[in-house]
Design a protein around this ligand. Structure first.
Ligand SMILES: Cc1cc2nc3c(=O)[nH]c(=O)nc-3n(C[C@H](O)[C@H](O)[C@H](O)COP(=O)(O)OP(=O)(O)OC[C@H]3O[C@@H](n4cnc5c(N)ncnc54)[C@H](O)[C@@H]3O)c2cc1C
Length: 395
């Protein structure tokens, strides 16, 4: 059976959390409430990337959540990470999402890098003294990422990089760029993954993009022009870069899904409080059954998405054969549900929901992009459909 687990794998039904997991959740929630939530709206307005606060999160173990402990990581599970990202996102989905991308890059180095690479890059990534960016998308290759064109041409013990990455989160500020480049033939088997350090001659950045949301983190093009890096910066052998990139995204998708659930939970909590205060037609709006049913559906759909995300996280922890499919399913469900719940929370606030002061429209703006990045939700359907009907021509 497809869902059969490898011998000795942990159980796949995490319907109750352990004491440790509850403690991890409370720690992240405390950080979100004390450090992220009070500043989130200002950071959004000022387009401020809160590096100091992210380092404070890293001091609590959130810079290398599922990184091995020998290089400074916390050695936690994917399910633990899902709890952390949901909790952080109740304070600010944008900052939580960048911490997720950073963790994804660190994991790619931890999982596929050499011992030298792990020891040289990961300690500073785990403390977030160094930040990391994930560079896959290009102007002409988004959903069809295997069509990427950025070239790395070997010259002795160096590679020379030429090309451009688009929409890179953290770009310009990050110290470490985990970059998917073409070292061989067309298609996925000609792709390798390399590390490019900030300050390398030939590495430059585009302007900070003006965006609908995610304003508390920069998004820029990353440009390589005759950019020379050591061959020793390649992660794993040539030709497995696409596999590394996709493996990183399995976990990244869980985290982004968790960020949507946390953001939506924050919006639902605000809507619940508002509905019990706001009066219309002589009573609290919470007394109208139509509104009660709406709130009930929001809470139910959020809980369903959360439970499914935990199931997908447990499958990745267990290295289950269908983990990639479950992560894609969970990413779509969690990010679609999260956006819808946040949007309904805005509706419950009436006109006030549309005003920046109430903090709801920011959540809606932030969660919208989760349906687009780390693979669009159409791409998530493609991944699921491949398992059902096989790979279509051109996909
Ligand atoms: C704020 C932000 C931050 C980002 N951060 C990063 C980052 O850090 N690193 C990184 O590498 N990338 C990043 N991205 C890029 C993101 O992953 C891509 O935008 C996304 O993968 C989609 O690619 P695209 O924009 O080129 O859209 P396209 O691939 O051009 O897709 C356009 C539309 O066509 C649909 N579509 C495409 N192919 C199919 C198909 N076969 N069947 C059905 N529908 C299809 C898509 O779902 C989409 O709706 C970021 C994007 C944004 C907006």
């Amino acid at each position: 059976m497809e869902t059969a687990q490898p011998p000795g794998a942990p159980a796949l039904t995490p319907f109750s959390l352990t004491e440790d997991q509850i403690a991890i959740q409370e720690m992240a929630l405390g950080f979100a409430t004390d450090t992220l939530a009070p500043n989130a709206m200002r950071w959004d307005e000022e387009k401020h990337f809160p590096v100091a606060e992210m380092r404070a999160a890293a001091a609590l173990g959130m810079g290398g959540i599922y990184i091995n402990e020998d290089v400074g990581g916390s050695g936690l599970s994917r399910l633990d990470a899902a709890l952390i990202f949901e909790a952080l996102s109740t304070g600010c989905p944008t900052v939580a999402a960048f911490i997720s991308i950073h963790n994804m890059c660190a994991w790619m180095i931890d999982r596929y890098g050499s011992d030298d690479q792990r020891k040289s890059f990961l300690p500073k990534l785990c403390t977030m003294e160094h930040l990391a960016s994930y560079c896959l998308t290009e102007p002409g290759a988004g959903s069809d990422a295997a069509a990427l064109k950025t070239r790395a041409v070997r010259d002795g013990d160096t590679y020379v990089l030429d090309g451009q990455k688009q929409f890179i989160s953290g770009a310009g500020v990050s110290d470490i760029y985990v970059v998917m480049v073409r070292t061989g033939e067309a298609g996925p088997s000609g792709i390798s993954t390399v590390i490019v350090e900030k300050g390398t001659p030939g590495l430059s950045f585009g302007a900070n993009e003006k965006k609908m949301g995610w304003n508390a983190q920069p998004t820029r093009a990353v440009i390589f022009e005759n950019c020379r890096i050591p061959v020793a910066n390649r992660i794993g052998p040539e030709g497995i870069g696409f596999k590394i990139a996709m493996a990183g995204l399995d976990g990244g998708r869980l985290n982004i899904g968790a960020c949507s659930i946390g953001g939506a939970q924050g919006a639902l909590d605000k809507a619940l409080a508002y509905a019990q205060e706001r009066k219309a037609f002589g009573s609290r709006i919470a007394d109208f059954q139509a509104l009660q049913f709406k709130l009930a559906d929001m809470a139910t759909e959020l809980e369903a998405a959360r439970s499914f995300l935990w199931r997908a996280a447990a499958s990745l922890d267990a290295k289950a054969p269908d983990a990639t499919k479950l992560c894609a399913m969970a990413k779509r469900v969690a990010t679609d549900t999260g956006f819808e719940v946040a949007n309904q929370a805005l509706q419950i606030h009436g006109g006030y929901g549309y005003l920046a002061d109430y903090g709801i429209e920011k959540i809606v703006r932030d969660l919208r992009v989760h349906q687009i990045l780390e693979g669009t939700n159409e791409v998530m359907r493609m991944i699921v459909a491949r398992g059902l009907v096989g790979r279509a021509k051109g996909n």
